[in-house]
Design a protein around this ligand. Structure first.
Ligand SMILES: Nc1ncnc2c1ncn2[C@@H]1O[C@H](COP(=O)(O)OP(=O)(O)OP(=O)(O)O)[C@@H](O)[C@H]1O
Ligand SMILES: [Mg+2]
Length: 270
């Protein structure tokens, strides 16, 4: 660890955001879905992102991860401007995300699915296949080993040869989390990691997220299950109608009148 890494961050209280969003804007037709969003995700935190349906949470993920182009504002990852950059470039800067609805992985086994998307893979360049075949083979072997180690870590190695489409929704969520760690991201954005997942597996996922956080990965997590997110994350950011409404610790957010009003007595009271 560098001296800088020791000097900064929570120990001294000096801000050290992995993700910095400023004045982010996005409209679809006449609808302002992202409205002047400012957001910092501090290194080392598990930050929660909550808000009513349609508040713009997934859109914010799409904007910062390069899947949508913002109309205005800036996004920085580890201090590097990535506004409007392609998803692979944002991943290279250190930010990786999962999807609310996992992408289809037809025709792939779980092991193969794990190998889709690793960045910096020399094998992706046709030219390098001819110029440096030995390195390509070595990288592929290393990626395969890494994939198997990762599947073991997440206790899903037994599914390595299973077609990805045959997994249950909960198992698929585990695979999504496992895949997202393959490129050693600095920050992982999870969009509803336990939606449709049974309580036992949800607890397991919570444990895995905490373990990864202990290993140094920062998290920004969207989740509608209030008990889950309030237990896992601190701070919590509340998005409402495209803007940040409140940010604070779980206790203060849960009892904040503005938040209760935004949900109109919905999920927070359940
Ligand atoms: N590609 C798109 N084209 C048009 N409208 C969109 C698009 N993506 C999102 N929207 C609209 O933006 C608004 C915010 O959607 P978003 O998916 O970001 O909400 P959310 O907070 O993630 O909601 P949920 O909790 O239900 O997942 C919604 O009104 C949605 O219909
Ligand atoms: Mg969403």
């Amino acid at each position: 660890m560098s001296d800088d890494a020791i000097a900064d961050g929570p120990v001294t209280g000096k801000p050290d955001p992995v993700l910095e969003v400023r004045g982010l804007e996005k409209a679809f037709g006449g609808l302002q879905v992202t409205d002047d969003v400012d957001l910092d995700v501090e290194r080392g935190t598990i930050t929660g992102l909550i808000g009513p349906n349609g508040a713009g949470k997934s859109t914010l993920f799409n904007l910062v991860s390069g899947f949508y182009e913002p109309d205005g504002g800036t996004v920085r990852v580890n201090g590097t401007a990535v506004t409007g950059a392609e998803p692979h470039a944002v991943a290279n800067a250190g930010l990786v995300r999962t999807f609310q609805t996992p992408r289809k992985l037809e025709g792939m086994t779980v092991r193969e699915a794990m190998l889709v998307g690793p960045q910096h893979q020399t094998g992706e360049s046709v030219l390098s296949v001819f110029t440096n075949r030995g390195q390509v083979v070595a990288e592929e072997r290393a990626n395969l080993e890494r994939a198997m180690e990762t599947l073991e870590r997440f206790e899903i190695a037994r599914f390595a040869d299973t077609p990805a489409t045959e997994l249950s929704g909960g198992q698929m969520k585990l695979v999504e989390l496992a895949r997202a760690t393959m490129t050693d991201p600095d920050i992982l954005l999870l969009d509803e990691p336990i939606a449709g997942v049974n309580p036992t597996l949800a607890n397991k996922l919570k444990g895995f997220i905490r373990d990864l956080n202990d290993d140094g990965i920062t998290f920004l997590v969207i989740e509608h299950d209030m008990d889950f997110i309030m237990d896992l994350a601190d701070p919590i950011v509340v998005l409402d109608q495209g803007s940040v409404l409140v940010e604070g610790d779980p206790g203060s957010v849960r009892t904040d009148d503005r938040v209760i009003d935004a949900y109109l007595g919905g999920p927070l009271d359940e």
